[in-house]
Design a protein. Structure first.
Length: 329
Protein backbone atom coordinates (compact mmCIF):
# COMPACT_ATOMS: atom_id res chain seq x y z
CA UNK A 1 0.00 0.00 0.00
CA UNK A 2 1.36 3.40 -1.00
CA UNK A 3 1.58 6.09 1.65
CA UNK A 4 3.18 9.52 1.58
CA UNK A 5 6.20 9.24 3.86
CA UNK A 6 7.24 11.55 6.66
CA UNK A 7 10.56 13.37 7.08
CA UNK A 8 11.92 14.49 3.73
CA UNK A 9 13.51 17.59 2.28
CA UNK A 10 13.05 18.84 -1.28
CA UNK A 11 16.19 19.51 -3.25
CA UNK A 12 16.58 20.66 -6.86
CA UNK A 13 13.91 19.81 -9.45
CA UNK A 14 12.33 16.46 -8.47
CA UNK A 15 15.20 15.37 -6.26
CA UNK A 16 14.62 14.97 -2.53
CA UNK A 17 16.33 13.69 0.60
CA UNK A 18 14.82 11.24 3.06
CA UNK A 19 15.50 12.30 6.65
CA UNK A 20 14.03 9.36 8.56
CA UNK A 21 17.33 7.65 9.31
CA UNK A 22 21.03 8.60 9.31
CA UNK A 23 21.51 7.25 5.77
CA UNK A 24 19.63 10.36 4.59
CA UNK A 25 19.30 9.01 1.05
CA UNK A 26 19.26 11.56 -1.77
CA UNK A 27 16.72 10.27 -4.25
CA UNK A 28 16.21 11.19 -7.88
CA UNK A 29 12.89 10.53 -9.60
CA UNK A 30 11.77 6.89 -9.02
CA UNK A 31 14.91 6.11 -7.02
CA UNK A 32 14.47 3.88 -3.95
CA UNK A 33 16.34 4.35 -0.68
CA UNK A 34 18.61 1.75 0.91
CA UNK A 35 15.67 0.53 3.00
CA UNK A 36 13.99 -0.77 -0.15
CA UNK A 37 10.63 0.85 0.56
CA UNK A 38 10.92 4.66 0.48
CA UNK A 39 11.14 6.29 -2.94
CA UNK A 40 10.79 9.53 -4.85
CA UNK A 41 7.74 9.97 -7.08
CA UNK A 42 7.51 13.38 -8.74
CA UNK A 43 9.30 15.09 -5.89
CA UNK A 44 7.26 13.48 -3.10
CA UNK A 45 8.57 10.79 -0.75
CA UNK A 46 6.39 7.69 -0.60
CA UNK A 47 6.60 4.33 1.11
CA UNK A 48 5.15 1.15 -0.39
CA UNK A 49 5.28 -0.97 2.79
CA UNK A 50 2.48 0.64 4.82
CA UNK A 51 0.72 -2.18 6.68
CA UNK A 52 2.38 -4.81 4.49
CA UNK A 53 3.40 -7.54 6.94
CA UNK A 54 5.65 -10.49 6.16
CA UNK A 55 4.25 -12.43 9.10
CA UNK A 56 2.02 -12.31 12.15
CA UNK A 57 2.96 -14.69 14.96
CA UNK A 58 2.76 -15.08 18.72
CA UNK A 59 6.11 -15.37 20.52
CA UNK A 60 7.29 -15.52 24.12
CA UNK A 61 8.36 -12.03 25.19
CA UNK A 62 11.75 -13.59 26.02
CA UNK A 63 12.31 -14.26 22.31
CA UNK A 64 12.54 -10.54 21.47
CA UNK A 65 14.69 -10.74 23.68
CA UNK A 66 13.15 -8.91 26.62
CA UNK A 67 13.89 -10.59 29.96
CA UNK A 68 12.70 -7.91 32.37
CA UNK A 69 9.50 -6.77 30.65
CA UNK A 70 6.44 -8.80 31.66
CA UNK A 71 8.36 -12.10 31.90
CA UNK A 72 6.49 -15.35 31.05
CA UNK A 73 3.99 -13.53 28.78
CA UNK A 74 3.41 -13.79 25.02
CA UNK A 75 3.35 -11.02 22.45
CA UNK A 76 2.02 -10.80 18.88
CA UNK A 77 4.96 -10.16 16.57
CA UNK A 78 5.00 -8.69 13.09
CA UNK A 79 7.32 -6.93 10.66
CA UNK A 80 7.78 -5.55 7.17
CA UNK A 81 10.14 -6.13 4.27
CA UNK A 82 13.35 -4.16 4.28
CA UNK A 83 16.01 -2.62 6.51
CA UNK A 84 18.09 0.54 6.61
CA UNK A 85 21.28 -1.40 7.36
CA UNK A 86 22.90 -4.07 5.22
CA UNK A 87 24.49 -6.39 7.78
CA UNK A 88 26.54 -9.13 6.16
CA UNK A 89 25.43 -11.57 8.88
CA UNK A 90 21.68 -10.83 8.93
CA UNK A 91 19.71 -13.85 10.13
CA UNK A 92 16.50 -12.56 8.52
CA UNK A 93 18.04 -11.53 5.21
CA UNK A 94 15.31 -13.17 3.12
CA UNK A 95 12.87 -10.53 4.38
CA UNK A 96 15.23 -7.67 5.27
CA UNK A 97 17.41 -7.67 2.14
CA UNK A 98 14.91 -8.95 -0.43
CA UNK A 99 11.18 -8.81 -1.10
CA UNK A 100 9.04 -11.51 0.46
CA UNK A 101 5.30 -12.04 0.18
CA UNK A 102 3.30 -9.69 2.41
CA UNK A 103 -0.26 -9.39 3.64
CA UNK A 104 -1.89 -6.02 4.29
CA UNK A 105 -3.04 -5.52 7.89
CA UNK A 106 -5.09 -2.45 8.76
CA UNK A 107 -4.03 -0.79 12.04
CA UNK A 108 -7.48 -1.55 13.49
CA UNK A 109 -7.11 -5.20 12.44
CA UNK A 110 -3.75 -5.36 14.19
CA UNK A 111 -5.41 -4.10 17.38
CA UNK A 112 -8.01 -6.89 17.14
CA UNK A 113 -5.20 -9.45 16.76
CA UNK A 114 -3.09 -8.02 19.59
CA UNK A 115 -4.68 -10.01 22.40
CA UNK A 116 -4.54 -13.42 20.75
CA UNK A 117 -3.21 -16.38 22.75
CA UNK A 118 -2.79 -14.32 25.89
CA UNK A 119 -0.63 -11.70 24.19
CA UNK A 120 0.13 -8.46 26.03
CA UNK A 121 0.39 -6.43 22.82
CA UNK A 122 2.45 -6.16 19.63
CA UNK A 123 6.18 -6.32 18.96
CA UNK A 124 7.40 -4.76 15.73
CA UNK A 125 10.33 -7.03 14.96
CA UNK A 126 11.93 -9.54 12.55
CA UNK A 127 13.23 -6.77 10.24
CA UNK A 128 13.66 -3.07 11.05
CA UNK A 129 10.57 -1.38 12.50
CA UNK A 130 11.93 2.14 11.97
CA UNK A 131 11.33 1.81 8.21
CA UNK A 132 7.67 1.00 9.03
CA UNK A 133 7.48 4.39 10.69
CA UNK A 134 4.19 5.65 9.25
CA UNK A 135 2.38 2.41 10.00
CA UNK A 136 3.66 2.17 13.57
CA UNK A 137 2.78 5.81 14.23
CA UNK A 138 -0.82 5.01 13.21
CA UNK A 139 -1.08 1.59 14.91
CA UNK A 140 0.79 2.19 18.18
CA UNK A 141 -1.57 4.83 19.65
CA UNK A 142 -4.55 2.57 18.85
CA UNK A 143 -2.87 -0.37 20.54
CA UNK A 144 -2.08 1.56 23.68
CA UNK A 145 -5.57 3.06 23.91
CA UNK A 146 -6.87 -0.51 23.79
CA UNK A 147 -4.63 -1.39 26.75
CA UNK A 148 -1.91 -3.22 24.82
CA UNK A 149 1.87 -2.86 25.03
CA UNK A 150 3.98 -1.71 22.09
CA UNK A 151 7.49 -3.13 21.67
CA UNK A 152 10.23 -2.29 19.16
CA UNK A 153 13.05 -4.70 18.32
CA UNK A 154 15.33 -2.39 16.40
CA UNK A 155 18.80 -1.51 15.19
CA UNK A 156 18.31 1.99 16.59
CA UNK A 157 19.22 3.58 13.26
CA UNK A 158 16.89 6.58 13.23
CA UNK A 159 17.30 10.33 13.33
CA UNK A 160 16.43 12.23 16.53
CA UNK A 161 13.50 14.20 15.06
CA UNK A 162 11.37 11.17 14.12
CA UNK A 163 12.48 9.21 17.19
CA UNK A 164 11.03 11.66 19.72
CA UNK A 165 7.34 11.36 18.74
CA UNK A 166 7.68 7.62 18.20
CA UNK A 167 8.84 7.00 21.77
CA UNK A 168 5.65 8.57 23.09
CA UNK A 169 3.80 5.46 21.87
CA UNK A 170 6.29 2.75 22.86
CA UNK A 171 6.50 0.72 26.08
CA UNK A 172 9.71 -1.27 25.57
CA UNK A 173 12.56 -1.66 23.11
CA UNK A 174 15.44 -3.99 22.48
CA UNK A 175 18.17 -2.22 20.52
CA UNK A 176 20.84 -4.19 18.70
CA UNK A 177 24.19 -2.56 19.48
CA UNK A 178 26.30 -4.41 16.96
CA UNK A 179 29.74 -3.26 18.05
CA UNK A 180 31.71 -0.28 19.32
CA UNK A 181 34.00 0.48 16.39
CA UNK A 182 32.83 2.84 13.61
CA UNK A 183 34.75 0.78 11.03
CA UNK A 184 32.83 -2.35 12.05
CA UNK A 185 29.52 -0.59 11.46
CA UNK A 186 30.75 0.75 8.11
CA UNK A 187 32.21 -2.49 6.74
CA UNK A 188 29.97 -5.17 8.24
CA UNK A 189 26.69 -3.34 8.85
CA UNK A 190 26.81 -0.67 6.13
CA UNK A 191 25.95 2.11 8.55
CA UNK A 192 27.28 4.45 11.23
CA UNK A 193 27.81 3.80 14.93
CA UNK A 194 27.25 7.17 16.58
CA UNK A 195 23.56 7.55 15.66
CA UNK A 196 22.86 4.19 17.32
CA UNK A 197 24.62 5.33 20.50
CA UNK A 198 22.55 8.51 20.43
CA UNK A 199 19.34 6.48 20.10
CA UNK A 200 20.32 4.33 23.07
CA UNK A 201 20.99 7.40 25.19
CA UNK A 202 17.65 8.91 24.19
CA UNK A 203 15.63 5.77 24.87
CA UNK A 204 17.38 5.21 28.19
CA UNK A 205 16.42 8.74 29.27
CA UNK A 206 12.76 8.13 28.37
CA UNK A 207 10.07 6.10 30.18
CA UNK A 208 10.56 3.27 27.64
CA UNK A 209 11.94 0.03 29.11
CA UNK A 210 15.25 -0.68 27.37
CA UNK A 211 17.32 -3.82 26.83
CA UNK A 212 20.30 -4.25 24.49
CA UNK A 213 21.60 -7.10 22.35
CA UNK A 214 25.13 -7.65 21.05
CA UNK A 215 25.96 -10.45 18.62
CA UNK A 216 29.54 -11.63 19.15
CA UNK A 217 31.17 -12.48 15.81
CA UNK A 218 34.57 -14.23 15.89
CA UNK A 219 37.34 -11.99 14.63
CA UNK A 220 34.98 -9.06 14.04
CA UNK A 221 33.77 -7.66 17.36
CA UNK A 222 34.66 -10.23 20.04
CA UNK A 223 38.02 -9.10 21.39
CA UNK A 224 38.44 -8.11 25.03
CA UNK A 225 38.82 -4.49 23.90
CA UNK A 226 35.58 -4.68 21.88
CA UNK A 227 33.62 -6.20 24.76
CA UNK A 228 35.11 -3.80 27.32
CA UNK A 229 34.23 -0.78 25.17
CA UNK A 230 30.68 -2.07 24.78
CA UNK A 231 30.25 -2.62 28.51
CA UNK A 232 31.84 0.72 29.42
CA UNK A 233 29.42 2.55 27.12
CA UNK A 234 26.36 0.77 28.51
CA UNK A 235 27.50 1.35 32.08
CA UNK A 236 27.98 5.05 31.31
CA UNK A 237 24.29 5.20 30.34
CA UNK A 238 22.99 2.90 33.10
CA UNK A 239 24.39 -0.23 34.72
CA UNK A 240 20.81 -1.50 35.07
CA UNK A 241 20.18 -1.93 31.34
CA UNK A 242 19.93 -5.68 30.64
CA UNK A 243 22.49 -6.83 28.05
CA UNK A 244 21.95 -9.91 25.91
CA UNK A 245 25.20 -11.31 24.51
CA UNK A 246 24.28 -13.51 21.58
CA UNK A 247 26.32 -16.21 19.83
CA UNK A 248 26.82 -15.86 16.08
CA UNK A 249 26.12 -18.67 13.62
CA UNK A 250 26.97 -18.35 9.90
CA UNK A 251 24.26 -16.44 8.02
CA UNK A 252 23.81 -14.60 4.73
CA UNK A 253 27.11 -13.32 3.29
CA UNK A 254 29.38 -13.60 6.33
CA UNK A 255 30.98 -17.03 6.56
CA UNK A 256 33.07 -17.26 9.69
CA UNK A 257 32.91 -19.92 12.38
CA UNK A 258 30.23 -19.90 15.07
CA UNK A 259 31.03 -18.14 18.32
CA UNK A 260 32.81 -20.56 20.70
CA UNK A 261 31.39 -21.16 24.15
CA UNK A 262 34.56 -19.85 25.82
CA UNK A 263 34.12 -16.51 24.03
CA UNK A 264 30.60 -16.23 25.40
CA UNK A 265 31.76 -17.01 28.93
CA UNK A 266 34.66 -14.57 28.64
CA UNK A 267 32.27 -11.83 27.49
CA UNK A 268 29.87 -12.67 30.30
CA UNK A 269 32.62 -12.28 32.90
CA UNK A 270 33.75 -8.94 31.47
CA UNK A 271 30.21 -7.58 31.29
CA UNK A 272 29.29 -8.64 34.82
CA UNK A 273 32.06 -6.47 36.24
CA UNK A 274 30.04 -3.34 35.50
CA UNK A 275 26.49 -4.37 34.54
CA UNK A 276 23.79 -5.77 36.82
CA UNK A 277 22.01 -7.96 34.28
CA UNK A 278 23.87 -9.89 31.58
CA UNK A 279 22.47 -12.86 29.63
CA UNK A 280 23.73 -15.29 27.00
CA UNK A 281 21.68 -16.16 23.92
CA UNK A 282 21.89 -18.57 20.97
CA UNK A 283 23.94 -20.91 23.13
CA UNK A 284 23.24 -23.50 25.82
CA UNK A 285 25.46 -23.05 28.86
CA UNK A 286 25.06 -23.50 32.60
CA UNK A 287 25.43 -19.77 33.22
CA UNK A 288 23.93 -16.67 31.64
CA UNK A 289 20.20 -17.46 31.53
CA UNK A 290 18.76 -16.57 34.93
CA UNK A 291 18.02 -13.16 36.42
CA UNK A 292 19.56 -12.64 39.85
CA UNK A 293 19.06 -9.88 42.36
CA UNK A 294 21.90 -7.34 42.04
CA UNK A 295 21.71 -6.71 45.79
CA UNK A 296 21.75 -10.18 47.37
CA UNK A 297 22.29 -12.56 44.43
CA UNK A 298 18.96 -14.38 44.96
CA UNK A 299 17.55 -16.00 41.81
CA UNK A 300 14.60 -13.96 40.57
CA UNK A 301 13.72 -15.60 37.25
CA UNK A 302 14.85 -19.00 36.05
CA UNK A 303 15.02 -19.78 32.33
CA UNK A 304 15.39 -22.97 30.31
CA UNK A 305 15.46 -21.85 26.68
CA UNK A 306 12.22 -19.91 26.27
CA UNK A 307 10.58 -21.60 29.25
CA UNK A 308 10.55 -19.01 32.01
CA UNK A 309 9.70 -19.40 35.68
CA UNK A 310 9.39 -16.59 38.22
CA UNK A 311 10.89 -17.95 41.44
CA UNK A 312 12.11 -15.02 43.54
CA UNK A 313 10.03 -11.94 42.89
CA UNK A 314 7.57 -10.22 45.18
CA UNK A 315 5.83 -8.00 42.66
CA UNK A 316 8.80 -6.30 41.02
CA UNK A 317 11.02 -6.55 44.11
CA UNK A 318 13.36 -9.27 45.29
CA UNK A 319 11.44 -11.69 47.51
CA UNK A 320 14.58 -12.32 49.56
CA UNK A 321 15.91 -8.83 50.35
CA UNK A 322 13.16 -6.53 49.08
CA UNK A 323 15.54 -4.69 46.77
CA UNK A 324 14.66 -3.21 43.37
CA UNK A 325 15.15 -5.57 40.42
CA UNK A 326 14.35 -3.53 37.32
CA UNK A 327 11.72 -6.08 36.29
CA UNK A 328 8.42 -4.75 34.96
CA UNK A 329 5.39 -6.96 35.66
Amino acid sequence: MLKEAAFSRKMTDYKLQCLLCPAECKLAEDQVGICGCRFNRQGILYTDNYGEAVTLAVDPIEKKPLYHFYPTTNIVSTGANGCNLGCLHCQNWTISQSKAHTTYIEPTTLVKAAGGQGSIGVAFTYTEPMIWYEYIMDAAPLLRRAGYKVVLVTNGYINPEPLAPLLEHVDAANIDLKGMRPEFYKKVCKGKLEPVLDTIRTVAASPVHLELTNLLIPGKNDSDDDITALVDFIASVSDGIPLHLSAYHPQYRLKVESTPADTMLRALAIARRKLKYVFLGNVTLDDGSDSNCPNCGHTLIRRYGYHTEIVGLDGASCANCGGATGVIR
